[in-house]
Design a protein around this ligand. Structure first.
Ligand code: BDP
Length: 693
């Protein structure tokens, strides 16, 4: 949820409190992002063909958030200035964590109010230093950057200058030249502020950006957490508190994704919504363009193929483009021509007193349909089997900071593995990740940060309202990615608690209203009889850890227990099922045969037992398997975790454990079996090569 302050607003009195009265307590009233209409459901419980043509009918796409969140792309009318690099930084170690507000650190350069550190952006602040207090810091940290702006940006009143923050975990307040411009709750989605007036108000050709970020999690944040005050003074110093979380990854914090400034004209393309479908061989691209700044403008829309040839065109802010003999966007490994992307070019022109204005934005578009029957997941009308992974945005000292080399390495590993999909466990990933999925044909289950919803308080109206808003932000950001085939609103909530029924019914209905073109799910680990949210999902996604968190060491029970799990869920709901997590903690280099827990042999043995059952049930209604986890990742410290979660098939440094080779055999075999078009994928050796174009 973001609120943008008017650029000229006076600076505000500080309010954000100590960790015990954190962001949620002072959340701003919900903005204007409301729904316009209700959409149709996605479930097509009929013949596959009927389901596949739902796409074109869904055009009423009910998304009506006010204000778009188009990815900033350069164009003849738009420029970008990236602000990655070293920022000045200070953590507020004062007892109440409010010194920064009391002393108004945003008013003058940060170095004037005390010592600063150099902090790389993007990165988490936790692991880059040598100060243990910073690693586990809870409260407000302050970032600052001075930026020199091109003269045109500061002089030309026809230029709109926007500050965009890709992700600030968890709650952020932003000032430009000491003036409050934006606040945002939620650590995984972008937010923006129009700073034109501020940068164009004087002779300055530079501006000072200050961002205060609070990583405190409460029962009402997403993900939720609790602050525990330890009051026993015989054991803890006065005022001692710790942050507890109810999820299994380290609460890295900071500016995790690119921060940038970009420009548009003052009359500009604010948002574009695309839905696609097929009618026989004709591809259908329904578009809706939202313009800000004027009601008087002309829009021209052209669709170009990969050769740059115009294949369809239209005018006006909405319409349908028809592409005869269209190439479809297919998942990679499913088809010999995967991931075909057209380019939708939108050109705006307007006349103003000051002269003509034009804006241009080009959006990649994949034409494809998604539908669900009672035992299949269909892409372009053909059954799709997810053989993929769960990931985390996590590696080494950068924490969750965005990193191109790591990203490219991960995609090359996915290809090596023959994985066709992943779930963004347990929060939305960077936009650049989603763009690569579109480009490479990797299918995504796009998950919200709804992980660890286990306390009754986290089912309150305050929490629900926030969760609805997060889904709005997520759909708004990711709605146009062909790679995204399903939304996941949560992971392993306590869905057996009484309020869970209403909570998930409302949340899932809302998400379907926002985007009627995709199925919606949440990932459960509840018992099939007790789960109050399952009636509302389109696909049952179930996590289980047989022979790991139960029956330690007894791999012989896996087949029976897993088969029972599938049968019970299917008998109850007649919906397709994805095994959305399974795995075993494995310390790379530990070997033991016969296998013992934590050894590489145990991980392989456990996976093999799961695969035997998956191979039976995928002939019936199981539509996917996602290993937990792609790579080892950092967690809170606990006696259950040896320097983090080690269920990766790759280490945190992206080197394979034995199980990676086992899974690789399997995934390439599955790829060959489930390929829809053309000859079989060559051998698995093909997987050594990176993605190429
Ligand atoms: C599942 C959670 C995941 C954990 C995993 C584990 O969804 O976040 O990391 O268990 O325990 O329950 O390894």
């Amino acid at each position: 949820m973001a609120r943008e302050a008017s650029a000229g607003a006076r600076d505000r009195s500080p309010a954000p409190g100590p960790p015990s009265a954190p962001p949620g307590a002072r959340r701003l009233a919900a903005g204007g992002w409301r729904l316009a209409a209700s959409g149709a459901g996605i479930m097509a419980r009929g013949p596959a063909g009927a389901a596949a043509v739902l796409g074109p009918l869904l055009w009423g796409c009910a998304l009506a958030l006010q204000g778009g969140m188009l990815y900033p792309r350069e164009s003849p009318s738009r420029e970008r200035k990236e602000l990655d690099g070293l920022w000045s930084f200070r953590a507020d170690f004062s007892d109440n964590r409010r010194q920064g507000f009391e002393q108004q650190w945003y008013r003058t350069p940060l170095r004037e109010s005390g010592p600063t550190l150099d902090m790389p952006v993007p990165s988490s602040f936790n692991d880059v230093g040598q100060d243990g207090r910073l690693r586990s810091f809870v409260g407000w940290v302050w970032y600052e950057r001075e930026v020199t702006l091109p003269q045109r940006w500061t002089q030309d009143l026809g230029t709109r200058v926007v500050l965009r923050i890709g992700s600030a975990h968890y709650y952020a307040i932003v000032w430009v030249n000491g003036v409050h411009v934006a606040e945002h709750e939620g650590g995984h989605l972008p937010f923006e502020a129009d700073v034109s007036k501020l940068v164009q108000s004087g002779p300055l050709s530079s501006c000072r950006i200050t961002i205060a970020i609070n990583n405190t999690l409460t029962p009402h944040t997403l993900p939720p957490g609790t602050i525990l005050y330890q009051k026993d003074t015989s054991k803890y110093p006065k005022g001692y508190f710790v942050q507890n979380t109810h999820f299994d990854f380290f609460n890295y914090a900071g500016l995790h994704r690119p921060v940038l400034l970009y420009t548009t004209p003052t009359i500009y393309i604010d948002d574009i919504t695309i839905t696609t479908g097929m009618d026989q061989n004709t591809g259908l691209v329904n578009y809706k363009v939202f313009v800000q700044g004027s009601e008087h403008f002309q829009l021209e829309v052209r669709l170009l193929d990969e050769e740059g040839k115009v294949v369809a065109q239209g005018t006006g802010d909405q319409g349908q483009l028809q592409v005869p003999s269209a190439y479809l966007w297919w998942p990679y490994l499913m088809h010999e021509h995967p991931a075909y992307l057209y380019s939708l070019e939108v050109r705006l022109t307007a006349q103003t007193e000051a002269g003509p204005v034009s804006d241009f934005y080009a959006l990649p578009v994949g034409i494809r349909t998604v539908a669900v029957t009672e035992n299949q997941f269909l892409i372009n009308g053909k059954p799709f089997y997810f053989h993929g992974v769960n990931k985390h945005e996590d590696a080494d000292i950068r924490g969750k900071g965005f990193d191109w080399p790591l990203l490219v390495k991960d995609f090359n590993l996915l290809r090596w593995l023959g994985a066709n999909s992943f779930r963004t466990s347990h929060y939305p990933y960077a936009e650049e990740v989603m763009q690569l999925c579109d480009r490479y044909g990797i299918v995504v289950i796009d998950e919200s940060p709804g992980v660890g919803i286990v306390l009754t308080q986290s089912y309150s109206n305050v929490s629900l309202q926030h969760h609805l808003e997060v889904m709005e932000e997520l759909v708004r950001r990711d709605k146009n990615h062909p790679a995204v085939v399903m939304w996941s609103v949560a992971n392993e909530p306590a869905s057996y608690l009484k309020p869970a029924g209403y909570y998930f019914k409302t949340l899932i209905a809302h998400t379907k209203d926002l985007d009627p073109s995709r199925p919606v799910t949440f990932v459960t680990n509840s018992n099939y009889e007790a789960d109050l949210g399952a009636p509302y999902v389109d696909v049952i996604c179930v996590n289980s850890y047989y022979s790991w968190y139960h029956d330690y060491g007894h791999m012989e029970v896996i087949q029976l227990q897993l088969a029972t799990q599938f049968e019970k869920w299917y008998r109850t709901y007649q919906k397709p099922i994805i095994q959305s997590e399974y795995g075993a903690e494995t310390i790379a280099g530990f070997h033991q045969d016969p296998p013992l827990m934590f050894s590489e042999e145990y991980q392989k043995g456990l996976l093999e037992q799961y695969h035997l059952v998956l191979d039976q049930k995928r002939k019936e209604y199981v539509v996917g398997e996602l290993i937990w986890n792609f790579a080892d990742f950092m967690t809170d410290q606990s006696p259950q975790r040896a320097m983090g979660n080690k269920k990766g098939i790759f280490t945190r440094q992206r080197q394979p454990k034995g199980a990676a080779f086992l899974l690789r055999e399997r995934y390439w075999k599955l790829a060959n079996e489930t390929r829809y078009h053309g000859s079989a994928v060559k051998s698995q050796c093909v997987g050594n090569s990176p993605f190429t174009f």
